[in-house]
Design a protein around this ligand. Structure first.
Ligand SMILES: [Zn+2]
Length: 875
């Protein structure tokens, strides 16, 4: 019955003639294999041949589920959902006999990664190969390739496939990034034409960056390490459930390139990756070369791509006892496109990825004993290296329990064991208290991950980086942390094993207050709580000075930024609903709320009704400018922080469409970096909105240098401060050194240290003046004339904490502003030289960005500015 239907469907599409680039399944599959007709071919099912158009996600899922349902070689499950609610499918392919004892196979396999399990590799263990399809939504051939692969694995007949399936467990994710992929396909289908248009200028070939990312415009191929997105969390958890021996990642690159596979550039291997891993990559490469040679395909290895940043799909596995392989096809953009190497066809790309999927499976099967030994040895060595390391463990804490819990959650996702600190310990005058800090011993299976997460890296073989050069995560989370060396280390420091779930802040409901309620601004989620109160019409006053207050539990001290909710003056909420609102802060954010019994401050600060010691705070109405050359990543990070984490609504508005906006509706405008300059009309309107209507501009990176010049009439330099006057170099250099020389002064992504003015309202919520931030540009903001305007300034000496920057760049950046804020007329301009929201991972600097929303009117211009109205508070 089924076959009759598919035959009719197959006949139908023949006459619809979608484009000329589609190919029948025989074009993709090897010549010497016969296929089981009970499994529907992709073209019969999809009603078009592969390569005719990128396959819609829902249709792909239908096909995979249908084939899995028909084949006793395949099981399928949904391991997670994208932000937009699309399923991420996970397939396990092996022979039926292995399927019947799959859990046993998995358990024994994973035990190889446990140095204490006593399990060693043996010939009866199947090799585990993981094929990742579609982390970058725009790179469609890396997704469609899953279709012939699954067809082949389900339907191929004969001894070869039987041997492969009996000796392998093949894991497939299809697909990682369904939201980006769907965005891409809608775009390609929108411009699809009867006659193929190969002109690269055609609109159909566009939308590259847009569709590369997930819903909030995050590059998911940086997320293996960072784990802030649901897609990444789904696949990493599955990855560790299986600990595959080979992990293959499918991509597309620029159309003018040919076809790439690992190994990458030899000098750019992360030092944590064993040489054995690289040798295995080289040996696997012979299998790919063999299959591509047969078709005369042009390809390259050891060029352009690397294994340095450990958060990529093809590098993370190397730090986890596996071998990661990157495949990149020169893009055909879902159709056909002219390139210097001839017209590139989509179907041909699918075929290349399909063929190297098979060569990866076959390579892994052939090298199985060495791959299994690699897994086993990697973790044995990890334990030994951990026992010999000068650093025996890392201790860390934070006054902000939410950031601490987020960090513990991250460690758990990477299978790093952390423990409660059982005894007080002091390192370099910094004391960590038992019960308030955690400890990670390095002598554990995840030794390499711990080094990757905690070590600050400051020496490099080469200055070229495909991605960031420094990502030390306790710095990104701005934790108090220290290394414990041999002398400081004692096993009795280890308390109970930590569980992230148990570490989330909890607080009890406050007592009913007779006067008001107060809570601290230090918690990561305090801005979320504040915004909810303000949006509900609750009147909240923010403390400009430290103060003490009488509460139902006695006298309490609070730092600057603490929030006071008085019972008086709440015109829109009665006492009962006010109590409900403040109780929600303990229930949802876990922030302790204290019931205040008197307006007098007994030992510190002015009284709670003070006119300049407290400021009324108001709900921010935020418009986030995006598109038209602005950094999609930065816009997405700000959007994600406000929407997803802080539940603050954000209006997204294209840069080219600002004049159509009713500006009076908004209190804050966020301008990301990238091509940030607004046109003259928008700039004029922006200036008027700030000066006359009291708007606040928050500008990031190139947005900040532009705004400093355009609005504050002082110039930074987006290219580094001495570039314009740089004398013509007289030094002659061989052209062979071009790449290395040109990369020398680039800052690909490193962590810098600033001194933060924690007495300024925009620095509230911090106890420590030293603040790490992420920088991936060489731009430098000019130092303002206003002595109070530099909220954060890079350290004068050694401003870099982790990652690469040349001495020349360090000299330029040292002592320059990281964050500037100036009052301008009735409004405010706030500038960030760095990206405070980088990849949703710099939880430490997020607070600075959020301060810019809530405290942007809480400070004054210097008296010398002579603006009587703005200085009204001083009188
Ligand atoms: Zn890619």
């Amino acid at each position: 019955m089924y076959r009759t239907i598919t035959t009719i469907v197959a006949l139908l599409f023949v006459f619809t003639g979608l484009t000329t680039h589609a190919e029948p399944i025989g074009y993709f599959t090897p010549d010497d294999v016969t296929y089981d007709p009970a499994i529907p071919t992709p073209e019969a099912f999809l009603r078009h041949e592969l390569g005719a158009q990128p396959v819609r996600h829902d249709r792909m899922v239908d096909y995979l589920r249908t084939v899995a349902g028909l084949s006793d070689r395949i099981s399928i499950e949904t391991i997670g959902y994208s932000h937009e609610g699309r399923p991420i499918e996970f397939l396990v392919v092996t022979n039926p006999e292995n399927h019947s004892r799959l859990e046993d196979i998995r358990t024994r396999h994973v035990a190889l990664s446990n140095p204490d399990s006593g399990i060693q590799p043996n010939d009866s263990m199947p090799v585990v190969t993981w094929l990742n399809y579609g982390v970058h939504g725009a790179e469609s051939s890396g997704m469609d390739a899953v279709i012939p692969v699954v067809y082949h694995l389900a339907a191929a007949k004969g001894e070869a496939i039987e041997n492969t399936l009996s000796q392998s467990v093949i894991l497939i994710t299809a697909i990682f990034n369904p939201d980006g992929h769907s965005r891409r396909i809608n775009h390609v289908l929108k411009f699809m034409s009867d006659v193929p248009v190969t002109d690269p200028a055609h609109a159909a070939h566009d939308l590259w960056i847009d569709a590369r990312t997930n819903h909030y415009w995050f590059d998911l191929n940086r997320q293996w390490l960072l784990q802030t997105q649901p897609e990444a969390q789904a696949w990493l958890s599955k990855w560790h459930q299986w600990k595959p021996n080979v992990t293959v990642d499918y991509h597309e690159m620029g159309s003018n390139s040919t076809y790439y596979f690992h190994p990458g550039v030899p000098n750019r291997k992360n030092p944590l990756i064993p040489d054995r891993s690289r040798q295995l990559l080289k040996d696997m490469a012979h299998f790919h070369a063999k299959t591509l040679d047969r078709d005369g395909t042009l390809y390259f290895t050891e060029e352009g791509f690397d294994n340095y940043y450990i958060g990529k799909g093809s590098t993370y596995p190397h730090i986890n006892g596996s071998v990661g392989i990157l495949f990149e096809a020169g893009a055909a953009r879902g159709g056909a496109i002219e390139t210097p190497n001839g017209v590139r066809h989509y179907a041909a790309n699918i075929r290349k990825h399909f063929r190297t999927s098979l060569s990866s499976i076959e390579g892994a099967r052939s090298l199985a004993p060495r791959l299994l030994d690699n897994q086993y040895s990697f973790f044995q060595e990890a334990r030994e290296q951990g026992q010999k390391d000068d650093i025996r463990g890392w201790v860390f804490t934070s006054p902000d329990k939410a950031r601490l819990a987020h960090f513990l959650d991250l460690l758990e996702r990477h299978q790093v064991q952390a423990y409660a600190l059982a005894r007080d310990v002091t390192v370099d005058d910094h004391s960590f208290q038992a019960g308030d800090a955690y400890l990670v011993p390095v002598a554990q299976a995840q030794y390499h991950m711990i080094k990757g997460l905690f070590d600050r890296v400051r020496s490099f073989k080469e200055a070229i980086f495909y991605d960031v050069s420094g990502w030390t995560l306790p710095l990104a989370y701005d934790l108090d942390y220290a290394a414990l060396n041999k002398k400081a280390w004692r096993t009795d420091l280890l308390g109970d094993e930590a569980q992230a779930q148990m570490a989330w802040p909890r607080a009890e409901a406050p007592d009913r207050a007779s006067y008001g309620y107060v809570f601290s601004w230090e918690d990561y989620y305090a801005p979320k709580a504040l915004n909810r109160l303000l949006a509900a019409g609750v009147h909240v006053r923010g403390a400009m000075e430290p103060f003490s207050v009488l509460t139902s539990k006695g006298e309490r001290h609070f730092p600057r930024g603490a929030l006071f909710v008085p019972l008086a003056g709440q015109d829109d909420v009665d006492a009962d609903s006010l109590y409900e609102h403040v109780t929600s802060v303990t229930r949802i954010e876990g922030i302790p709320v204290h019931a205040v019994t008197s307006g007098l401050t007994p030992t510190e600060g002015a009284d709670l009704g003070g006119r300049s010691s407290f400021q009324s705070l108001s709900t921010p109405h935020v418009v986030l400018v995006f598109d038209d050359g602005l950094s999609k990543y930065e816009a997405g990070e700000a959007w994600h922080l406000l929407d997803k984490r802080m539940q603050i609504p954000v209006t997204l508005r294209a840069k080219s469409d600002l004049m159509g906006l009713d500006w009076s509706r908004y209190s804050h405008m966020v301008l990301p970096g990238g091509r940030a300059a607004l046109n003259s009309r928008s700039t004029k309107r922006l200036e008027q909105w700030i000066k006359e209507e009291g708007g606040t501009l928050i500008a990031l990176r190139q947005g900040a240098t532009w705004a400093q010049q355009a609005l504050l009439n002082s110039g930074g330099n987006a290219k580094g401060k001495d570039k314009a006057q740089a004398p013509k170099t007289s030094q002659r250099t061989d052209y062979a050194d071009y790449d290395v020389e040109e990369a020398k002064d680039v800052i690909g992504g490193a962590i810098f240290a600033s001194d933060l003015d924690i007495t300024h309202p925009l620095g509230f919520g911090y106890q420590d003046r030293l603040l790490p931030s992420h920088r991936n540009t060489t731009l430098v903001l000019a130092t303002p004339q206003n002595p109070y305007a530099t909220i954060a300034r890079y350290l004068e000496t050694s401003p870099i904490l982790s990652g690469y920057a040349s001495d020349k760049r360090l000299a330029e950046i040292a002592g320059s502003p990281m964050m500037v804020a100036e009052r301008l007329g009735r409004g405010t301009v706030i500038l960030f030289a760095d990206d405070p929201n980088f990849r949703a991972t710099f939880l430490g600097t997020n607070k600075l960005f959020l301060n810019s929303l809530f405290w942007s009117k809480a400070f004054r211009a210097p008296r010398s500015n002579g603006d009587e109205e703005e200085n009204a508070l001083a009188h």
